[in-house]
Design a protein around this ligand. Structure first.
Ligand SMILES: NC(=O)c1ccc[n+]([C@@H]2O[C@H](COP(=O)([O-])OP(=O)(O)OC[C@H]3O[C@@H](n4cnc5c(N)ncnc54)[C@H](O)[C@@H]3O)[C@@H](O)[C@H]2O)c1
Ligand SMILES: O=C(O)C(=O)C[C@@H](O)[C@H](O)[C@H](O)COP(=O)(O)O
Ligand SMILES: [Zn+2]
Length: 360
């Protein structure tokens, strides 16, 4: 078991990483709650909802809310339905919302918690590898057809209870997706860790390697959000790879490829741009492309997309100022920067990415 404390500007909370924690929630919930709404998706509910209900019934009155699995549920429509459920089940200001699932559920249920009655407590119970990222730091949101996470808030959970036993039922696509964000955390922090990851295959991971990667990723994230919770400065670095990733997700249609897969492509583009725009040298671009190919990342999915359409999507990204797209780039592994990129440069670089880098 490991326990990390996150000291954010709004409040402090713990991330507990433990095998089987879903069976012992009564031990971890520190406050009495009048009632609890467990929000989850249909895939996750089949495996884990009953365990969480049984464990929570020892300490509170329990209600549940299920949404369909997949990114399409991170929508204003499902947000509204969940608010209806909060009212129907008479949740009050002493109630708790538990987000049981991956990042889609964490973002959606967290946004409900942040706005219902102007904010009630919520606990993140991540069940994906990717959610080592989404469950920490307090970004909660739903998507808009125009762009990812355009409606949301900063609202930290009161606890993150990460039952790593649940990761055993993840399909291979979700291992791939999770490791997109693990790679991002490695690129932002530590060339030795990155090199280690590039040498491994995600389908033959030892348990201790996976847990080690999750802990390292959470530490990288925590060290940034503790200093800049509301993204006034260095938190933008956590968006490495995301300017293109979000454009791909919206342009292909939410859920066509996973968030982490889109991030993995966005990371490659950020490495390419780092070489041309900030003269970075020694970035492991070839090794990274090989790692992506070996592990089945859908690099070719960007080939059907028009650079002009991607640019239009990037213009609604949250780092855009006065219609000027800003990219997170790397001067070197572990040293990020934010750089404005002109539209014509971006179109040329996207074209080169599609013809020379991806199409090899
Ligand atoms: N708030 C943040 O800081 C932040 C950070 C990164 C990503 N995100 C968001 O997170 C979302 C992606 O999260 P995700 O990749 O976890 O996706 P997800 O929540 O959609 O889960 C992926 C799939 O795995 C299934 N699943 C989840 N846990 C499972 C388990 N243990 N066993 C079997 N199946 C399981 C789900 O039902 C779903 O089909 C995106 O919306 C992204 O924008 C947010
Ligand atoms: O926590 C952050 O900050 C991040 O940027 C983490 C990202 O992995 C995550 O996908 C986040 O939701 C993107 O934020 P956004 O503000 O660009 O929507
Ligand atoms: Zn992300």
């Amino acid at each position: 078991m490991s326990q990390l404390s996150i000291r954010s500007q709004s409040h402090n909370y713990d991330v507990v990483i433990e095998t089987g924690v879903r069976h012992q929630l009564d031990k971890w919930i520190t406050k009495p709650y009048s009632s609890v709404l467990i929000v989850t998706d249909r895939n996750v509910s089949e495996h884990y909802l009953q365990d969480v209900v049984t464990s929570m019934e020892k300490v509170s009155t329990v209600h549940t809310a299920l949404v369909p699995s997949g990114e399409a549920s991170k929508s204003m429509g499902k947000y509204q339905e969940l608010l209806d459920r909060c009212i129907e089940t008479s949740l009050d200001r002493q109630s708790l919302i538990i987000a049981l699932g991956g990042g889609m559920i964490g973002d959606l249920a967290g946004f409900v918690a942040s706005t219902y009655l102007r904010g009630i407590d919520f606990i993140q119970m991540p069940t994906t590898i990717l959610a080592h990222d989404s469950s920490v730091g307090g970004k909660v949101a739903v998507n808009h057809v125009q762009g990812k996470n355009l409606i949301g808030s900063f609202y930290s959970p009161v606890q993150v209870l990460y039952d790593i036993e649940t990761l055993r039922t993840l399909p291979e696509t979700e291992l791939r997706s999770g490791y997109g964000e693990v790679m991002k955390h490695a690129m932002l922090s530590d060339s030795a860790w990155l090199e280690e990851l590039l040498g491994r295959s995600i389908t033959s991971l030892e348990d201790n390697q996976l847990i080690g990667d999750l802990e390292k990723g959470i530490r990288v994230k925590a060290s940034i959000v503790e200093k800049d919770e509301r993204e006034q400065g260095m938190r933008k670095f956590l968006n490495l790879g995301h300017t293109l990733a979000h454009a791909i997700e919206a342009e292909l249609g939410y859920g066509e490829i996973t968030h982490g897969e889109a991030v993995s492509i966005g990371l490659l583009f950020a490495l390419q741009l780092s070489e041309t725009r900030v003269n970075a040298s020694g970035l492991p671009i070839k090794d990274y492309v090989n790692w992506m190919a070996r592990n089945g990342y859908p690099l070719s999915s960007i080939q059907s997309l028009q650079p002009v359409a991607l640019l239009k999507r990037m213009k609604v990204d949250k780092k855009t100022v006065n219609q000027q797209v800003h990219f997170v780039l790397l001067n070197e592994i572990g040293k990020a920067c934010v750089v404005p990129i002109q539209d014509d440069v971006l179109l040329t670089e996207l074209h080169r990415f599609q013809t020379e880098v991806v199409n090899v």
